[in-house]
Design a protein around this ligand. Structure first.
Ligand code: ZN
Length: 144
């Protein structure tokens, strides 16, 4: 019977450890990343993104950074009102807005090395450093 440890020989801690080691390892930070769809409304010749603040919160990005991104991509002035909504000069369909947000997420949120969304975007002169909090990778991107 040598090499066989009977169950009563285990300490409580060992048993706990054994029990945990048999659990399937949980996938780390791989849960679906649900970016809320932009709620778009037209007022006169302007486009409002009603849930802009919520989107910025989920992406964990400064609203100002996303505002600048829209200005760069659409080539129109934009500002954030007191309710945290983004107002763009001109009319842009929700399809266009959501497409741009998808591109922003892929480029400026998701870590290209490990696919984590837990990243920071740090501006350093003329570049952004996309720093991943999951794997530590640093990706240099052109700043805007
Ligand atoms: Zn990473």
């Amino acid at each position: 019977m040598s090499g066989y440890k009977r169950i009563r020989d285990y300490t409580y801690e060992e048993l706990l450890e054994r029990a945990y080691s048999k659990l399937p390892s949980r996938p780390v930070q791989k849960e679906a990343f649900e970016v809320p769809r932009a709620e778009v409304m037209f007022v006169g010749g302007k486009t409002l993104i009603l849930n802009f603040k919520q989107i910025a919160d989920v992406l964990n990005r400064e609203p100002k950074i996303i505002q600048k991104y829209f200005v760069k991509e659409l080539g129109v002035p934009a500002y954030i009102n007191e309710s945290g909504q983004l107002i763009l000069q001109g009319r842009f369909s929700s399809h266009v807005i959501n497409k741009l947000i998808d591109v922003f997420v892929k480029k400026y949120v998701i870590c290209p090395t490990c696919g984590s969304r837990f990243t920071k975007l740090i501006k350093k002169g003329k570049v952004f450093i996309l720093k991943c909090e999951a794997c530590g990778a640093e990706t240099t991107l052109q700043a805007f």
